[in-house]
Ligand binder design. Structure first.
Ligand code: HEC
Length: 112
């Protein structure tokens, strides 16, 4: 109540919060993207292979992921796969991070 009255009195504030919404859906910062790529190689790569061609974990190449729904891959990275070696990453990665990593894989990583 109090907040909405404040917003009504200060239209600038409402506009500012609208402008923040697209920012929240945007990609991670360039610095965060570099960190995520490092994590993909060092941590994910320790199981999935430095070039994502598989190891203890399955390959995560373009071919290997073909036809797999983006949402289910996001769920796997977020929560892991209970009963397998695949850990969940939600303590380290937020939704935007996970989505960015999955998109990187779905575009084919590493790029030829
Ligand atoms: C300790 C080993 C290990 C690490 C570290 C690991 N994974 Fe996995 N991952 C696995 C295993 C094993 C599976 C297969 C689980 C199963 O049998 O369903 C898997 C499955 C997956 C899948 C689903 C693949 C498919 O074909 O459905 C994705 C996507 C994935 N991992 C991404 C990642 C990402 C991204 C990271 C790093 C943030 C990561 N993994 C780190 C072991 C690992």
């Amino acid at each position: 109540m109090k907040v909405s009255r404040q917003i009504a009195r200060r239209p600038g504030l409402a506009l500012a919060s609208l402008l923040l919404i697209p920012a929240a859906l945007a990609e991670p910062s360039a610095q965060r993207q570099a960190q995520l790529e490092h994590l993909l190689q060092q941590d994910c790569g320790s199981c999935h292979g430095l070039r994502m061609t598989g190891g203890l974990g399955p390959a995560l190449t373009l071919d290997a992921l073909a036809g797999k729904p983006r949402q289910s891959l996001i769920a796997t990275v977020t929560h892991g796969r209970p009963g397998t070696a695949m850990p969940g990453w939600k303590a380290l990665l937020d939704e935007q991070d996970v989505a960015w990593l999955v998109d990187l894989l779905l575009e084919g990583y590493p790029k030829p």
